[in-house]
Design a protein around this ligand. Sequence first.
Ligand code: J2J
Length: 579
Amino acid sequence: MMLDGCTPWPAETAAHYRRTGLWRGSDLGALPREWAAAYGSATALVSGDTRISYTELADRVDRRAAGFVREGVRPGDRIVLQLPNVPEFVEVAFALFRAGAKPVFSLTSHRSQEIRHLCELSGASGYVVPGVFRGFDHVALGRQIAAGLPALRTVFVMDAVEEAEGSDGGRVDVVPLARVDGDPQPLPANDPSDVAFFLLSGGTTALPKLIPRTHDDYAYQTRTVAELLSLDPASVYLAVLPVEFNFTWGCPGVVGTLASGGTVVLAPDPTADDCFALIERERVTLTSVVPTVARLWLEEREFSDRDLSSLEVLQIGGARLEPELAARIAPELGCRLQQVFGMAEGLLTMSRPGDDPHSVLHTQGRPVSEADEVRIVDEQGDPVPPGGVGELLTRGPYTLRGYYRAPEHNARAFTEDGFYRTGDLASITPEGRLVVEGRIKDVVIRGGDKIAAGEVEAHLLAVSGIAAAAVVPVPDAFLGERIYAFLVGRDDSAQEPPLTALKAALQQRGLADYKLPDRAEYVPRLPLTPLGKIDKKVLAAAAADPARSRDWARVRQDPQSPRRTAGATAPAATPTPVR
Ligand code: J2J
């Protein structure tokens, strides 16, 4: 049985995946014990000076699982998990799987807006935090959120905290992780087709969506990718990006490496200094980064005398990789480049060892599973001719069939026959390799971080002095894209808030820093398409070229004109289509 609010695969499809051996009846919570039986004293995790063997990891997971049960965590409970790249992340995630609870993976950069939404949407009963991390007090945030959300009963905190009473009036329990400990006890096994945890969607909507991942589908994904990369006990994976990112967690990442008996090294941050030192010290063989981090590393390489010769494969994905950057990887870092196109929703494509050099530089490779189905369709949903560009649709054994508790959004995001509309534009080469050509979804990809334009716009509109807002990506040599906001000030406002004031207001509202606009431009009104929607193509072109004329902003609204504008005089929310 799947958790309520999730969409299962159709029964006959699930039966097919089982019959063909893709889904093997896995239980993620049972894995650490199975791994310990196979790999025992080998090193599973490295973090700073701490080294944890497979046996120790399984013991810690068992004790923590018992501890969570003692603290009232029950099968089916949702627990928001917000920890940095530390062993506790891995231990807590597996302990929660073991206890049948479902962690909701959140970024450490998330603030009150995101966390409150995640807690509310998931109905979380617990929230796991680092304490004070990078100057931000997550315990205080937990108390503040719990004060308005009765379902949230416990904040579990990694660092020691003073037992101060906070804004919740003492209603919420603040429990140090050190106390989440108990003698191992037999716990019921998980149903392999049930949800194991939730990933966060890169999102196209104003509020982020939750992606349910099942035990069987995630075990299949990680196993398949680990096999594709021939991981074995000699493999050493460096977790550079946040562990909660699907790329780092399971592509093959942490889970795939542990399943292969290898060693996972946790990097505290992606800087070249720290990562090169770890690659040298731990003889790292594989790691995964976004293009921005790869660029940073290439810039630092000539100033570093670290020995990177152990590194065999560098996976790069999460954002468009410029062929110019791709071409520098093998010669300058001395390892093989693997392009990865992926999404927390499922589908992964990647180049393979032995692929011809041209395709490694210019394509994102083939789907990892024979059972992945991909379609490229035009605006009507009809297949484009072979090689043509269109929207990428996909379904398969590890691609979701529906977001959690989002029936209306699901009706738009999936076709009737269960294909997920990715919002990415792609083409397929005659050899079956995917080439990402752009996207139609309203998202900015900034250094690999996904920012839903609609989410930032909604917050901008709540800032005083702003009547209309449109957020678009603007190309950037280092981050790939930055966030550019076009704003229309209110007629009645004495002054339009400058960028610094805008950012401060958004931070004040509790929006994560990575979503703050990098630039803002005030215009008298926003351009509209003939159908009355804000014309983001026009805005994106204008953002990319400050010298480009802003005609649409100057011309007074003319009901006869095919290109209309929205702003103070015509609010973006209620445009009337031109006939
Ligand atoms: C262009 N755009 C890309 C690529 C992802 C592995 C790797 C990445 C992700 C990820 C992931 C891209 N070129 N190579 O989960 O396991 C954009 C697309 C896609 C969106 C998904 C993994 N690789 N993208 O990035 O859920 O627009 O997953 O739909 O964060 O990133 O973002 P996310």
